[in-house]
Design a protein around this ligand. Structure first.
Ligand code: GLU
Length: 476
């Protein structure tokens, strides 16, 4: 079977990690099977859909490397097709107008709840006579259009992840609304389940792969496929992403949009790697680290779990750090330059940049750590408490004064690793002060704190820009 899959996000929020993971599974499945991966923006909810969310979705998918193969489809541009389908259902008597008012429906649901039943539509307007209908229209009532769901039907499908599935149509909440409330004779805005069926069928989608929160929608959609005489796709329902407490990951759990992950300095490859592991286990021998290409060669729904996948921040951080540590200094420099430029920081030259990157690279977990880790090389540091204490120790300032004086002598020009070491030894011998104390004091003066990257290399970098002497003098 030719594989044609799609991701169909609603632009009612930024690209969510759950949607991105569903997109990833679709993308991997398409690539594995030489298929086509499509994007459909489900923008029919006019009130909640926003252009900025559409941009976030497009940018997020591109950033993750989940490129779609044909032009993205805007659902709102297909409304005529959706209305046509509704009309045909009305004509065939498979759908009907329901004039029940909102208040009436609320009373019905309240009564059901009081009687211990699950709220559902009781199909009260299913068989209105033409007189009854005319009376409602005369009263000026609006109507929704409902699709008939026969209570006796059972709905089956073979889910690629969950295996055989069986739903009773009596559990679907009664006849389903397929178009929003509108004046009696009009067709209101077509609704999700109807619209998705029409679009998936006309886009010739072969496999619908989406979150398990859509299982009951799938049951409803299968009834619509049957009623409209359309070929049914294969379905796969992916496990939800859960927070550490085992609940569905939501905004309350902090960051959930791909834009935010990106802003925080996660890399796209680590994120797609991690998202693939949220629910899928790579074949033995593959290990946990892989790129999109590698995953697409072996991806298979047999290895996707049914159970929800807990989101593990430490693992995502670990994958990100591993990837950053594998990058060449050139690549890391390119990425960090983007972050530095936002601070207005510019490099004296590339050699300096590469040295800095080699120095701080191994201690980065996220790309954004490259901001704080390199701050003292771009900005004058304020001396932190541990630095201040260090500089108060007897001999500290004396040593720094000595080193400053030595630095001003031309014989020490071109400070490098060896020169720095010699300077420290010379100072230690001349003043009888321990090297450890000298080094810590240098650290406090040059970097503002006793923490930070290797002293000698950092000093070298500052010296390349002639920033070291000023810093030493400043604390004297
Ligand atoms: N717009 C729906 C969503 O974002 C699409 C679900 C589907 O894939 O059918 O949840």
């Amino acid at each position: 079977m030719t594989v044609r899959v799609r991701i169909a996000p609603s632009p009612t929020g930024y690209l969510h990690i759950g949607t991105a993971r569903t997109a990833l599974f679709n993308w991997l499945y398409a690539r594995k099977n030489n298929g086509t991966f499509l994007l459909r923006i489900e923008d029919t909810d006019k009130e909640r859909s926003k252009a900025e969310f559409t941009s976030s979705i497009l940018e997020g998918l591109k950033w993750l490397g989940l490129n779609w193969d044909e032009e993205a489809i805007l659902q709102s541009e297909r409304i005529d097709l959706h209305r046509k389908a509704i009309l045909s259902l009305l004509e065939k008597g498979l759908a009907y107008r329901c004039y029940a008012t909102e208040e009436e429906l609320q009373m019905m649901r309240d009564a059901q709840v009081n009687a211990g039943e699950a709220p559902h539509y009781d199909n009260r307007h299913r068989n209105l006579t033409s007189e009854e209908e005319a009376k409602f229209i005369d009263e000026g009532r609006s109507s929704v259009i409902r699709f008939r769901i026969n209570k006796k039907d059972s709905i089956n499908w073979n889910d690629m992840i969950r295996g055989p599935m069986l739903w009773n149509s009596k559990d679907l909440g009664g006849d389903m609304v397929i178009s929003r409330r509108a004046p009696a004779q009009e067709i209101g805005d077509p609704l999700y389940n109807l619209v998705v069926v029409i679009d998936d069928a006309s886009m010739q989608i072969s496999h619908v792969i989406r979150g398990e929160d859509h299982i009951s929608n799938t049951a409803k959609q299968i009834l619509l496929y049957e009623a409209l005489d359309l070929p049914q796709p294969v379905f796969a329902h992916t496990p939800l992403i859960l927070n550490p407490e085992g609940k569905k990951l939501s905004k309350r759990d902090g960051v959930t949009s791909i834009t935010d992950f990106r802003k925080m300095g996660y890399t796209s490859n680590a994120l797609t790697n991690y998202m693939a592991l949220l629910g899928w286990s790579p074949p033995e021998g593959m290990g946990e680290r892989f790129n999109l290409e590698e995953a697409s060669e072996v991806f298979d729904f047999d290895r996707v779990n049914k159970a929800g996948a807990k989101f593990d921040w430490d693992k995502l951080k670990w994958l990100t750090a591993q990837e950053i540590h594998d990058w060449t200094p050139d690549k890391l420099l390119k990425q960090l330059k983007l972050i530095w430029s936002k601070e207005g920081w510019t490099l004296p030259d590339k050699e300096w940049g590469l040295k800095l990157v080699k120095l701080i690279g191994p201690s980065l977990t996220l790309l954004n750590d490259g901001l704080e880790e390199s701050r003292i090389f771009f900005e004058e540091p304020s001396i932190k408490e541990d630095g201040v204490k260090q500089l108060e120790i007897e001999g500290a300032k004396e040593a720094l004064r000595h080193i400053s004086q030595q630095l001003e002598l031309s014989q020490w020009d071109g400070l490098n690793h060896d020169v720095a070491k010699q300077l420290i030894s010379e100072c230690s011998q001349a003043l009888g002060i321990k090297k450890g104390l000298i080094m810590k004091s240098l650290r406090a003066a040059l970097m503002g704190s006793l923490q930070g990257p290797d002293l000698i290399s950092s000093w070298g970098l500052l010296a390349m820009e002639s920033k070291d002497l000023n810093r030493l003098k400043k604390v004297l």
